[in-house]
Structures are given as C-alpha cells and as structure tokens.
Design a protein around this ligand. Sequence first.
Ligand code: IPM
Ligand code: MG
Length: 369
Amino acid sequence: MTNPSLLILAGDGIGPEVMAQVARVIDWYGDKRGLKFDVSEDLVGGAAYDAHGTPLHDDTMARAQEVDAVLLGAVGGPKYDALDFSVKPERGLLRLRKEMDLFSNLRPAQCFDALADFSSLKRDVVAGLDIMIVRELTSGVYFGEPRGIFKEGNERVGINTQRYTESEIDRVARSAFELARRRSNKVCSMEKANVMESGILWRDVVTEVHAKDYSDVELSHMYADAGAMQLCRWPKQFDVILTDNLFGDILSDTAAMLTGSLGMLPSASLGAPMANGRPKALYEPVHGSAPDITGKELANPIACILSFAMALRYSFDQGDEASRLESAIESVLAQGVRTADLMQADTDAKPASTTEMGDAILAALDASL
Ligand code: IPM
Ligand code: MG
C-alpha cells in the first residue's frame, strides 16, 4: 500500500518557521510510530506570487486536489499590500478553499490548564474550556456576487454580497450536528436573522435539518453580536457553534484569545469525501503570517502542530496518535516551556524559540512511548 500523501504549503511570514517544526513531528511519526507520509512541498501566497506572479499556481491547485491532505502555514505580509486585489496572497488561500469545496471549517478553542492564567479573562471563565466553532467556508460574503468597487455618479461604491443557498446551509449544519454527537451534543447556531434575510434562511434551514435528522442534539440560536458577547461572558455555555463565513472569521478570533494566544489554535477545513473515503482536507493554524516577528524564531509553532494533530484525527483515522500529540503539547506547557506570545510583557524571563518549542514537543513525544 502506498503511504498517504501530504502537501505542505508553508506560505509567508512565520509560515515556513512554524512548518519546519511540523515537518520534524511528521518525521517523528514516520520513525517512531511507523506512520509514513509522502510529503511534497509547494508555494502559496506571497511566496508563490514572487516565483510565478500568482498567489497559487495552477499546478499547485491541481496537486492540492489529488493529495490526501494539505497543510498550510500562513499567507500575506506588508510587502504585498500594494498588489492588485486579484493577486493578493489571501486570494491563493481562498482559491484553495473554494476549489477544493472545503465548506466545513472546524476551529476548536481549548484552554490548556497551564495557560488558564494567561488568558485576558479570569481563570474560572476559561479553565477547562473546550468549544468547537464550525464556520461555513466556501460561500457567504467572501464569495457572493455582485462584488467590486463601482462608480455611481460622482463617487465610488464598494459592494459585497452575502448569499447562501439552502444546500450550502444544509451541508454545513449537518457537519456541525455530526460533530456535536461526538462531543457534548449541543449546537448553537449564530446569524443575524434580525437584520439579514440570509440569516432568516440560515435559521430556517438549520431548524429543518435538526428536526428532520438530528433532534437528539440540543439546538439553540443566537444573534451573532450577542454570541460574541456571550463568548466573552461565559464561553463554557457553548459546545459547538455553527456560523457563517464572516461571523465565523470574527468569532473564531474572539474564541482564540480566550485560550490565551492566537498562537495556540489549529483548524481543519473539510469537504466532501474523496474516492478513498477521506474528506478533502486542508489544515492550517488560525493565526496569520505575523510579519512583525518573522525570521526571529519567536513564533509559536503549536497552532500549526495541533493542525497536524487534526489531520491525524480527521484525515487519517489516527485519533489515538492525535491525542498523543495533544498530550505531549499539554505536558510541555505544564513544564512551563513558553514562546514569547505565551509570556506576560513585563517578565524578564527568556522565551523559548520556535525550534526550542519544537525540541520540547519532540522530547515529550519520545517520553510518551
Ligand atoms: C482566517 C483568515 C482568512 C479569512 C484570511 C487570511 C483570508 O483571517 O482564516 O481566519 O479571512 O478567512
Ligand atoms: Mg481570520
């Protein structure tokens, strides 16, 4: 049997630095657990633009469609700010999501106990937190037409369109309900049905899918603004949060900070099953390319490594090995190993470098055997 295939797109900024640590973890699984992957690498974002004049080469797109999973680092940076919108680094990532049809974006926000005091919220609000945001990823205002900047009389007008079809809402709702069944069996769906027709349809379809096939799951609805407030007030009331593309982008950054740092949050973007039964999949940290700390060995590789753990779980049916990796990270944090993002600004202590965090995680993996 051939090994499962992974395409690594490290991208821009801190992407290559954090991905270098993921590559060490992948090698560890090959050496120590007999889990071998066929790994190939390619360019995305600004790096692809520099090489090819496009943020995603057609060959890379084709390769992404063939592999068992894509691992992505981060895209973007100030160097590319002046580029035309159509070739901005972000367009490469959005093309991958759209053409692979990765409609279900899983963004877990888990608070590791060792970091509970580091959150900007009180310990009892965040300790033990374990929520999952399911963000619709291939539609809504990110892709709706018409869009553009047009001339209207003497002035310009910027237009984007929030658009959702019933089937788009239906399939992402199903993925949220399925996930909830394997967790605490609760889904809270968030939209703005009080102001947006797309929100009214969203609420209707979620309610219908629930009544038809998932009435065993507890379902509630919340306006997204109230949801943002509740996430900061008492996040442990939530299990799975189901929401659209734009609200999911915002709510997942909020949820991320509950856990202490954006440097901790992984994500999985899943589509329909391929011929081999595995879902089309792309795994990436929620954080961005962090140009301010690029090249300084200051980045936290944990979000990217946890994204590989999600790949083990959701693409390769290796839930136990995913848990092994998550536990290794938990023990490293419990030992007090901290990258700069996990340290108070007023401390004199020296942060662990990106590579030192990788070293500590590999040592914890060794210790798990
Ligand atoms: C995210 C990011 C992206 C998004 C950007 C980089 C296009 O913020 O994955 O949350 O807006 O979806
Ligand atoms: Mg975002």
